[in-house]
Design a protein. Structure first.
Length: 405
C-alpha cells in the first residue's frame, strides 16, 4: 500500500490549487470511492508505462523529519573560518554559521562543511508535454519526465507552485530516486526529456549534474525551467550538462525583482547572456502581471535588450497571470494585454513571440519568420502537429531556429 501511494501521487497535476504536494501514506484515510478511483488510476498509469511498481519498490521513502539520507557535500562554497561558510551557488551568497541554512532552505552548514539536503530527494514526479514548460522550439510534441524538490532561492509573491518552492525539504514527503533510477523511470515512461522544474531546479545543482549524465547515457535530453539566478561559475558548469534552458524573465525592473521576487535583475540578465553564448538552447518566459510589469515601455525595453544582447531568434513567451499565493488581489491578465506584448516584441524584431496560458490562441502556433506560413500547429499542450522538414520551413525552406531531433 505504501509503494502504491507514491504512484497515486503522480496523478496530482502540478500547479493544482490547494495541492499539498505530499504522498499518501498508510495512515491516510480514504473513502471507498476515492480509494477505487485513485488506485485504479495508478494501475492504469503503470500499464501506460509512466511508472512501474518495480522501480517504486526499489526506491526509499523520506519521512518529513529525515534529512540525513539525502545530505551530500555541496559544490560551490568556501570556508570563511572554522565554523562559517559562504555559499557560492547563487547571487544570494549566503553566509552561514553552524547549523544554519541558506535562503533556499536546502543548503546547510554542518560543522564548517556545506551540504545539500535534497540530493535524490524528489517531492513530485509527473509526465508533461514539453510545451507545458513551455518549450516551443525544443522537440515539439515530446513528453518530459518532470521532477522537483522543495525550496527556491527566490520568494516570488505570485508563485503558482509555492507549496513546493517555499517549503523546507522536511515539510514534504518525498521519494529517494538516484540519478540512475531517474533515468530508468524516464526511459520507461517513453519520455524523451527529463525536466527539472516546478520549484527552482538550480538549488538541486549536484543532483542535476549527476542525473543529467545518466539521462544522456539513455539518450534522454535533460532540461531545466529556471529563474536564472545562479553565479557565473556554477552557471557555466550547469549549461554543459543540459540540452535546453527556459528562464523566467520576470520583469525588466529592479524594483519588481527586489520587492516581488527577492532578487537582482542584473544577475538574471548576465546569466541569460551566459546561456546564450554557451550554445545551449534557450527560451524566455515573461509572466505578464497587470499593473506590475505590463507597460508597453517596459516590454519594449526588455525585448530590445533580448535582441541586442542575445538574438532575435530566442523565443519569447508572454504568458497569462492567474491570481495565486500572495497576489490574489490582482485579476488574470487580459488576453489583449498579452497580444500587445507579442506585437511589441515582433515590432522590435523578435522573430518568435508567443501568447501563453491561453489554450487555442492563434499565437500559440509557430509561423515561419521568412514567409509567414504556419509550421507548427498547437491545439493546447497535447495536440501538436509539426510540418517542419528537417528543421526547415516546408514552404520556403528557411531554417527554423530550434532543436528538432
Amino acid at each position: 500500500m505504501k509503494n502504491l501511494a507514491y504512484i497515486i501521487k503522480a496523478l496530482t497535476p502540478p500547479g493544482k490549487t490547494g495541492s499539498k504536494w505530499r504522498a499518501l501514506t498508510p495512515h491516510d484515510a480514504l473513502d471507498r470511492r476515492s480509494f477505487l478511483f485513485r488506485s485504479g488510476g495508478a494501475l492504469c498509469l503503470c500499464a501506460l508505462g509512466d511508472f512501474n511498481i518495480v522501480s517504486c519498490i526499489d526506491e526509499s521513502s523520506a519521512s518529513k523529519d529525515a534529512t540525513e539520507g539525502f545530505a551530500k557535500i555541496a559544490m560551490h562554497w568556501k570556508k570563511l573560518d572554522k565554523s562559517t561558510v559562504q555559499c557560492g551557488l547563487c547571487p544570494n551568497e549566503c553566509v552561514l554559521g553552524n547549523g544554519e541554512r541558506g535562503a533556499c532552505r536546502v543548503r546547510e552548514n554542518r560543522k564548517g562543511t556545506l551540504y545539500t539536503l535534497v540530493y535524490s530527494r524528489l517531492a513530485t514526479m509527473h509526465v508533461d508535454p514539453v510545451e507545458k514548460k513551455p518549450f516551443f522550439h525544443f522537440l515539439p510534441g515530446s513528453m518530459a519526465y518532470s521532477v522537483a524538490t522543495a525550496g527556491c532561492n527566490f520568494s516570488c509573491k505570485f508563485c503558482q507552485n509555492w507549496e513546493l518552492s517555499q517549503a523546507k525539504p522536511e515539510d514534504l514527503d518525498a521519494v529517494m530516486v538516484s540519478p540512475d533510477a531517474l533515468a530508468h523511470r524516464a526511459h520507461a515512461s517513453s519520455s524523451r526529456i527529463i525536466a527539472f522544474t516546478y520549484n527552482e531546479p538550480t538549488i538541486q545543482y549536484e543532483y542535476i549534474i549527476d542525473a543529467s549524465r545518466k539521462a544522456r547515457e539513455k539518450h534522454l535530453r535533460p532540461v531545466i525551467v529556471s529563474n536564472g539566478y545562479i553565479r557565473p561559475e556554477a552557471g557555466r558548469q550547469l549549461t554543459t550538462s543540459l540540452d535546453a534552458i527556459k528562464i523566467d524573465l520576470k520583469s525588466f525592473s529592479q524594483k519588481f525583482y527586489g520587492e516581488i521576487c527577492g532578487g537582482v535583475l542584473n544577475h538574471v540578465l548576465k546569466n541569460l547572456e551566459l546561456v546564450h553564448k554557451s550554445g545551449t538552447w534557450l527560451e524566455i518566459v515573461v509572466l505578464v502581471i497587470p499593473t506590475l510589469n505590463d507597460s508597453e515601455s517596459e516590454i519594449r525595453s526588455m525585448v530590445r535588450w533580448v535582441k541586442r544582447n542575445l538574438s532575435a531568434d530566442v523565443p519569447m513567451h508572454f504568458t497569462r497571470f492567474q491570481s495565486t499565493y500572495l497576489m490574489r488581489n490582482l485579476p488574470p491578465t487580459p488576453v489583449e494585454a498579452l497580444e500587445r506584448c507579442r506585437e511589441a516584441a515582433r515590432a522590435e524584431g523578435i522573430r518568435y513571440a508567443y501568447v501563453g496560458n491561453v489554450p487555442g490562441h492563434r499565437w500559440e502556433n509557430t509561423y515561419c519568420h521568412n514567409c509567414g506560413a504556419m509550421i507548427i500547429r498547437r491545439g493546447g499542450f497535447y495536440a501538436v502537429t509539426s510540418m517542419l522538414r528537417n528543421g526547415h520551413c516546408p514552404h520556403c525552406a528557411t531554417r527554423i531556429p530550434g532543436v528538432w531531433v
